[in-house]
Design a protein around this ligand. Structure first.
Ligand SMILES: *[C@@H]1O[C@H](CO)[C@@H](O)[C@H](O)[C@H]1NC(C)=O
Ligand SMILES: *[C@@H]1O[C@H](CO)[C@@H](O)[C@H](O)[C@H]1NC(C)=O
Ligand SMILES: *[C@@H]1O[C@H](CO)[C@@H](O)[C@H](O)[C@H]1NC(C)=O
Ligand SMILES: *[C@@H]1O[C@H](CO)[C@@H](O)[C@H](O)[C@H]1NC(C)=O
Length: 759
């Protein structure tokens, strides 16, 4: 047995500082003020506490019933430690005998455990006992403050007051009338001396499965009993705050001091409650408030982020990871996704791989990836022909983890691309039971978590959602839903706190799964402490196209740039980079990658309807082309709009740099096309002006490799460019000054892509 007299804080003389100095010190450090002085202060405080303790009159003991050390329980203990409470836990590790606890973590079982415990303290009229639930409770003020408030209330026993009359609403008429909105007894939190609590518990017997709240309610509603036992309800939320139904009155505020710590505020009564209870359906609201309260963060810093962390380098061997990869729908840029998996800076011999690919389209991508996976500890692949459902696959991933005695399970869907090579390590080191790295569709409000739930249990925008998404608030956030990518510690897998996917097998698997996690009380955290990667958007991905990624500039710009924009292009935008001029006023710079050139050619050749080179051209508004080429317009292959975006977001930047003083945003171009030159078709083009303010001319393949001859000659300037490079573009004035011709291709095929900008 624990010696109850041992610790404990209490009603101390006013000069006695309460012993949260460790916490304050941490806050000061977080606010950037590291002071030697603090150590001296801490020492003085310690002495102060030692002195004060001797003068204590009323000790406070917190008693709670908890059968499992859930995340909620650990959060409760953390807040208790932080604010100087001493906690006695009843029933830990024992089977729960209190019946269905869905709505209230209740049951006569709690009363019976408490009664047994209080037998040893039935004559104690000095020690104050605070009885509270724990899974959905946090302390929000110090033990000293709480005791002071209790003594001021001049009651023997004080119960939480709540908004709803439960479990028997017909009793509501029997309650005494009061001002304020919380009129009814809630048994999730009460406080009194040992003697008075024991007296209350022994009025009559209760079965383990009976409702404890009803038991206390009946005592309270009997006026004689209420009087004898000295029971009051905390109508003004001096001590207890039951959240359900009062969400609108309960605020989180930051103190206006240097530390900017958050505290709980009840706006109905202008009080600062000490115990916050997410009773009823308020669990998710409590979870989001707890992201701020109990020293979890200050206005500027996440304090909880550095708690419980470890360094993998300090471990004897790296933890074993089961990595589950799920391709459940056609996903753009899958080769890049796999490349980033391979680039994860974590020893592959400690990673077991499980892959589920439901899409025949991605079969080759998976096969290409498997060429590089020999150093992983093991690999299991379920391809599209294995015909297992998404739910089965996800359950299988978890079973694989357990059968490999994994320490962590990382589930990654193909939309979640991990650009951070240290992601695995960084996630593990944060040491949370279930942690999702925050991933966002770049520039969109779409992410892999929800900040809040609607009444129907679907997405709802939380107040802080936007700030978390744009990283103006960083931290580890307890949220009601995560998906797409998350890491689970294997101890929670083993303890059954993570539901299986098997039972679902219906639409919206992710939503159902997140709900069952909430029901089990397993916290879902999302971290934006680091940047881990982003979500690709599969919505407009059309695998019936020959090179579908090529069409993804608008919807997946980051991936598109990574695959298609030349790595040296970024530097071209720099005002200090001089752009080459192989001929006067003809600029030449790297723009797109070989993959771009390759895909452009493939798309055009697949389409195949090259113009016949005649002057009459139905594709043109006037129906006539003075200087015809063999070509295909971007419009004909569904790329006109994307090409306008390309001109605006890439070409314009260089144009404004080289043709100083010419602004035209967005650039307009009616003629965007790929030209094919070859000896047996059209080898060259006679001298002409372009119908443009300026023209871009991108080489799509290389001389001496793909063809001989070719190039562009500017007649007035008497200057030719024949050493063109695939992916580099020429940019030159169109009409008037740059009369030019296409030089003959003597063998092979030459492809160029042309835009007449601002005709
Ligand atoms: C608590 O743990 C027991 C096993 O110790 C388990 O059977 C039970 O489901 C757990 N309850 C919760 C709420 O996780
Ligand atoms: C990880 O966190 C748990 C609490 O959730 C703690 O008990 C454990 O010691 C931590 N692990 C390490 C390696 O620090
Ligand atoms: C071009 O495409 C072909 C397949 O059509 C492929 O074999 C080749 O590797 C690609 N080259 C580049 C640079 O993407
Ligand atoms: C054009 O340039 C070539 C050399 O590049 C030179 O031989 C020739 O004389 C030039 N012609 C004119 C008209 O300047």
């Amino acid at each position: 047995m624990v010696d109850l007299g041992a610790v404990l804080i209490s009603q101390q003389p006013a000069f006695c500082p309460h012993f949260r100095w460790g916490y304050k010190e941490r806050l000061f450090r977080a606010s950037g003020r590291r002071m030697r002085l603090l150590h001296v202060l801490a020492f003085v405080l310690l002495i102060g506490i030692a002195v004060c303790k001797n003068e204590s009159k009323n000790k406070l003991v917190v008693v709670t019933v908890a059968s499992n050390a859930t995340d909620g329980y650990l959060r409760f203990l953390r807040s208790a430690n932080l604010y100087g409470y001493s906690v006695e836990v009843l029933g830990m590790g024992q089977p729960w005998l209190g019946g269905d606890v869905k709505r209230y973590a209740g049951g006569g079982y709690k009363i019976n455990l408490l009664k047994k415990y209080m037998e040893n303290h039935k004559d104690d009229s000095k020690t104050i006992y605070l009885f509270t639930d724990s899974y959905d409770v946090i302390f929000t003020a110090s033990a000293k403050t709480l005791v002071k408030k209790y003594l001021e209330m001049k009651a023997r026993v004080v119960f939480t007051a709540e908004r709803f009359c439960w479990p028997d609403s017909s009793l509501s008429n029997s309650y005494p009338p009061v001002m304020g909105s919380s009129k009814y007894l809630n048994s999730g939190g009460f406080i009194g001396t040992g003697q008075s609590i024991y007296e209350m518990l022994t009025v009559r017997d209760i079965a383990d499965t009976d409702d404890d709240q009803l038991y206390y309610t009946q005592l309270y509603l009997d006026p004689d009993m209420r009087n004898d036992l000295g029971i009051k309800l905390d109508y003004e939320n001096q001590i207890f705050q039951a959240l359900f139904g009062s969400e609108a009155d309960v605020k989180i505020r930051a103190r206006e001091d240097e530390v900017k710590e958050f505290y709980l505020f009840n706006a109905e009564h202008n009080t600062e409650p000490c115990v916050l209870h997410g009773n009823g359906l308020a669990k998710d609201t409590l979870n989001s408030m707890a992201n701020y309260l109990a020293g979890s963060r200050t206005k500027t810093d996440c304090l909880i982020c550095s708690e419980n962390n470890f360094k993998i380098a300090d471990l004897p061997t790296p933890p074993t990871l089961q990595l589950g990869i799920f391709i459940e729908r056609p996903t753009p840029f899958l080769p890049e996704f796999f490349a980033r998996i391979l680039a994860q800076d974590y020893p592959k011999e400690h990673i077991h791989l499980f892959i589920h690919n439901r899409e025949a389209y991605h079969k080759q991508h998976v096969a290409d990836f498997l060429e590089h996976t020999s150093s992983y500890a093991s690999i299991t692949v379920k391809g599209h022909d294995s015909a297992i459902s998404e739910a089965e696959a996800r359950s299988l991933g978890i079973s694989e983890c357990l059968s490999h005695a994994c320490d962590y399970y990382l589930s990654v869907d193909s939309e979640a691309t991990l650009t951070q090579p240290m992601a695995i390590t960084l996630l593990m080191e944060l040491n949370r039971t279930l942690l999702a790295p925050m991933m966002v569709r770049p520039g969109k409000m779409w992410s892999n978590f929800w900040g809040a739930l609607s009444d129907e249990g679907f997405y709802s925008r939380s107040e802080d959602y936007g700030e978390i998404l744009d990283n103006s608030k960083r931290g580890i956030w307890n949220v009601p839903y995560v998906s797409t990518i998350y890491m689970i510690r294997s101890d929670v897998l083993k303890s059954g706190q993570v539901p299986s996917f098997e039972v679902q097998g219906i639409a919206d698997l992710d939503v159902v799964w997140a709900k069952s996690l909430r029901d089990k009380g397993t916290f879902m955290y999302v971290s934006n402490v680091h940047h881990y990667g982003h979500l690709v958007n599969p919505d407009s991905y059309d695998t019936s196209l020959i090179r579908p990624e090529y069409y993804q500039l608008a919807d997946n710009r980051l991936e598109w740039e990574y695959r298609y924009i030349h790595e040296d292009f970024e530097a071209m935008k720099d005002p200090d980079t001089v752009i080459q001029q192989p001929c006067p006023d003809v600029y030449w710079f790297p723009l797109v990658t070989p993959a771009f050139c390759n895909d452009t050619i493939a798309i055009m050749e697949h389409f195949g309807q090259w113009s016949n080179g005649a002057n009459n051209d139905k594709r043109l508004p006037g129906g006539y082309e003075n200087v015809p080429t063999r070509d295909i317009h971007m419009k004909q292959v569904g790329l006109e709009r994307q090409w306008m975006l390309f001109l605006k977001d890439y070409i314009r930047l260089i144009q404004e740099k080289v043709f100083t003083g010419y602004f035209h945003n967005p650039p307009v171009s009616l003629m965007n096309f790929v030209v094919r030159y070859r000896p047996d078709e059209q080898p060259a083009l006679r001298p002409h002006h372009d119908a443009s303010t300026y023209t871009i001319n991108i080489a799509l393949n290389n001389p001496h490799v793909d063809y001989e001859g070719g190039g562009c000659r500017f007649v007035r300037q008497n200057c030719s460019i024949t050493n063109t490079r695939a992916g580099w573009t020429l940019m030159h004035p169109g009409r008037l000054t740059h009369f030019h011709e296409g030089l003959p291709v003597t063998s092979g095929t030459r492809y160029i892509m042309i835009s007449f900008v601002d005709p």
